[in-house]
Design a protein around this ligand. Structure first.
Ligand code: PLP
Length: 226
């Protein structure tokens, strides 16, 4: 790593437009790295494992907003329900139902994004447009009073082909705009479009992203050997 976490955060804050929220993706990184980012003013952190996020939440200042950016197993929702701020990758009505149940137990409203599959690779999680539509038009959605669907999330194909990235992000933005106009439900307020990571955030922003999830460009490369 050449630059410090502090420098990287400052550079991002200067670089990105005011309406774009920076989520610092701290998965696999030690507490000290998060503390350095916190001291640099960062208050929004993204993790992809519930247990790791809960351990970090316990140790760090309570004014941090914790975002779950990874795939969520229904039986683990209860471990983050007391504190999670935004769940980025909701991909079924069943999961939404469980989030609602656990949010109610904690007397909270949990914000969620629906993940639309935009990449061409099969390995990426996410909903087809059809399944996303059926969640938003589900007859029981309005009963889930302890969840608020605040937007969509997407992960583009891992490629350096800028045209392809642009097409995938633009498609997500287009669907977001269509549903924003169309859906009129008290617990659906579409204002957040989470797209863009270290390698593709500038293209994502040019395509209408309002929230970028940046890991390695802030904290350096991840080492998955533990
Ligand atoms: C790890 C991860 C990121 C951040 O990836 P970088 O390339 O390190 O910026 C963003 N979004 C999701 C869903 C991730 O799992």
């Amino acid at each position: 790593m050449t630059n410090s976490i502090t420098t990287n955060i400052a550079t991002f804050k200067k670089q990105i437009p005011e309406q774009v929220t920076l989520v610092a993706v701290s998965k696999t990184k030690p507490i000290e790295d998060l503390q350095e980012a916190y001291s640099a003013g960062q208050r929004i952190f993204g993790e992809n494992k519930i247990q790791e996020m809960a351990e970090k939440w316990e140790k760090l200042p309570k004014d941090i907003e914790w975002h779950m950016i990874g795939h969520v197993q229904t039986n683990k929702v209860k471990y983050m329900a007391p504190f999670v701020h935004l769940i980025h990758a909701v991909d079924s009505f069943r999961l939404l139902n469980e989030i609602n149940k656990q949010a109610l137990k904690n007397n909270r409203i949990i914000h969620c994004l629906l993940q639309l599959k935009i990449a061409e690779e099969d390995s990426k999680f996410g909903l087809s447009l059809r399944d996303l539509t059926s969640i938003l038009k589900h007859p029981e959605l309005s009963d889930l009073k302890n969840v608020m669907i605040t937007g969509f999330m997407g992960m583009a194909t891992f490629t350096s082909n800028e045209n392809q990235l642009k097409n995938e992000f633009s498609y997500l933005k287009e669907q977001f705009s269509i549903f924003k106009k169309e859906i009129d439900q008290p617990n659906v307020q579409l204002n957040t479009l989470s797209m863009g990571m270290s390698g593709d955030y500038s293209i994502a922003i040019s395509c209408g992203s309002t929230m970028i999830r940046v890991g390695s460009a802030i904290f350096g490369a991840r080492n998955y050997r533990k």
